[in-house]
Write a protein that binds this ligand. Sequence first.
Ligand SMILES: [Zn+2]
Length: 85
Amino acid sequence: MRREPGRTCLGCRQVREKRALVRLVRRASGEVVADPAGRLPGRGAYVCPDGACLERGLERKRLAHAFRKPCELSEEVRGLWQRQR
Ligand SMILES: [Zn+2]
């Protein structure tokens, strides 16, 4: 058994170590925020810190599917994505 369970990237669907991915958390308001420290409560989604994965993984449809609820990207997450371009 591996000690560190993998997480699936929303963009490329590859399973990677948790620390290699950016954790996203959906707030009760529906806003999706980045959680680099992994401290926010709630269901997390993960994406590679990579332009292509962010672009695909942060599509609203995909996020809504991952969180099973409508989602809105926070400015912070939008910025993260734009910085990677
Ligand atoms: Zn990826």
